[in-house]
Structures are given as C-alpha cells and as structure tokens.
Design a protein around this ligand. Structure first.
Ligand code: NAP
Length: 257
C-alpha cells in the first residue's frame, strides 16, 4: 500500500504492459487513471480487484497536440486533484523496409511514441511547477516513467520509425531529468526486453524467430508484463528518489550479452 492516496496516470492501459502496470499500482493502493482508445473495463475490474481505484480515460494519443495533451491532464486533475506519477507506456510499432517506409506511418509512430509522451510530461510538470508541488504532501516528488525499448540502444530491422521514437524517448528522459531533478521531479525510463504481449504475438508464433530470441536471452524465456510492472513501481517509489535520467533495461540479460 505504498501508493495509497496517490494518483498514477498510465497511458496504454487497455492491455499488455500498461494493464499490468495499472494493476501493480492498484495493488499498492493507488488511484489509477488509465488511458487508451479502446475499452478499459477489463483493466478497471482487475485494478479494483487488486485493491485500488480506477478511472478510465478514452483518448487517441496518436493525434494529440500539445493543447490536447494539456487538456487530458487537466481533465484528470479535475477528477483527482493531484498526480503523483505519470507512466508513458502507450506505443505502436509499424514495420516496412526503410526505403519504402510510408510517411503516414512514420508520423503516426513518432506522434504516439515520442511527441505525445513529451507533451504529457510537459503538462504534468507544468501543473507541478505552478502549484501542484505546494499542494502535495511535504517532501513529495513527481515521478515520470517512460516505457522505452531495447531499440533505444539498438537499431532493429524494418522498424526505423519505432527505433527513432524510442531513441528519442530515451533522449528526452535524460533531457527532462536534467532540467527537472532540482524541482523534485524524477524522470526515468524502462527499456523492456522481449515481453509476451499482443504486440509480440506474431514473433512468438514464428517458430524460427521465437527460438532464436529465447536462445539469446540469458534468462531463457520471454518476459512477462509483470516483470516490467515491478520495475515501474520501483521507479515511481521513494526507493528511487535518487534515480534521474536512467534507462533501466529489464530484459532478462539481453543487452548485456
Ligand atoms: P500492446 O499490447 O500493443 O498495447 C499497447 C497499448 O498502447 C494499448 O493499451 C493501446 O491501447 C495503447 N495505444 C496504442 N496506440 C494508442 C493511441 N493512439 N492512443 C491511445 N492508446 C494507444 O503493447 P505492449 O507490448 O504492451 O507495449 C507497451 C509499451 O511497451 C509500448 O510503448 C512498447 O513500445 C513498449 N515495449 C514493448 C515490448 C514488448 O516486448 N512487448 C518491448 C519493448 C518495449 P488501444 O489500442 O486500446 O488504444
């Protein structure tokens, strides 16, 4: 119950990592605001069963302008009065050879994975710096966790926009941490390895690729969404008050190999 009375905003909470992250915070007593385009009822039910509260916010984060992102944060604040943690998890991956990569796909990936997370960081930090910090309990800190990727470090194949977006997300994690650490805002990221979600279903169903991936992971298995959720709760907790601008790889050892 470390997050009792705390408000945690999780984007992309309808399934996969975002759902596991929402439930993990709920288990710690948090009031979770989950964002996605599709139905959030399943996540809401799981979060409540875990002991937390849940607010569903329908939003398309693939088109959000700076003003719309600020509007989403304002709407959540109107209901909750405060935000303690923002988890930028929503993300998409679109594949095509680099020479043919369509402009529309490039823009959609960059908007969803990089621009909107930046605008949400901006909006929540602006609230914190213009009165939110003073309203929060003494010594409290605002925590931001961005869900990056192994492709924040590596190039990948057939996913140039995704790689650009995740390198960018790791970059702004450091840039924002540099500006905001002194304001009692911690900005960090998680680089998940290969995690079993809908996003990676096709890879797991491809016997040859699946075997190659599992053989390269020192842990010898795909990650579970809960593996990422635990790291996320840690980064948002007081135990991580002295972590700023770090990109924590949670990958069963993949990057160290
Ligand atoms: P997923 O199962 O496909 O879930 C993606 C989530 O993002 C869904 O809740 C989806 O909600 C939301 N989302 C996507 N586009 C959106 C939009 N335009 N507006 C609002 N919400 C949107 O993916 P996942 O595997 O859990 O991945 C979550 C994050 O982890 C992503 O940032 C991904 O890049 C990163 N990651 C995953 C892996 C992995 O192995 N799975 C590895 C490295 C990094 P709706 O579709 O309902 O809107």
């Amino acid at each position: 119950m470390r997050f009792k009375n705390q408000v945690v905003v999780v984007t992309g909470a309808s399934r996969g990592l975002g759902q596991a992250i929402a439930v993990a915070f709920a288990r710690e007593g948090a009031n979770v605001a989950g964002l996605a385009r599709s139905d959030l009822a399943e996540t809401g039910a799981k979060a409540k069963a875990a002991g937390g509260e849940f607010i569903a916010v329908k939003a398309d984060l693939g088109q959000a302008t700076q003003t719309e992102a600020a509007g989403l944060i304002a709407a959540i604040l109107k209901q909750t009065g405060r935000i303690d943690t923002l988890v930028n998890n929503a993300g998409i991956i679109l594949r095509a050879p680099a020479v043919d990569f369509p402009e529309a796909d490039w823009n959609e990936v960059l908007r969803t994975n990089l621009s909107t997370p930046f605008f949400l960081c901006q909006a929540v930090a602006k609230w914190w710096l213009t009165g939110g910090r003073e309203q929060s309990p003494a010594g409290a800190r605002l925590k931001i966790v961005n869900i990056a990727s192994l492709l924040s470090f590596q190039g990948g194949i057939l996913v140039p926009a995704y790689t650009a977006s995740k390198h960018g997300l790791a970059g702004i994690t450091k840039a924002l941490a540099n500006e905001w650490a002194k304001e009692r805002i911690n900005v960090n990221a998680i680089a998940p390895g290969y995690i079993a979600t809908e996003n990676t279903q096709a890879l797991r169903e491809d016997t040859r690729r699946n075997q190659a991936i599992v053989e390269r992971i020192p842990e010898g298995r795909w990650g579970k969404p809960e593996d990422i959720a635990g790291a996320c709760v840690f980064l948002a907790s007081r135990d991580a008050d002295y972590l700023n601008g770090s990109v924590l790889s949670v990958d069963g050892g993949w990057l160290g190999r």
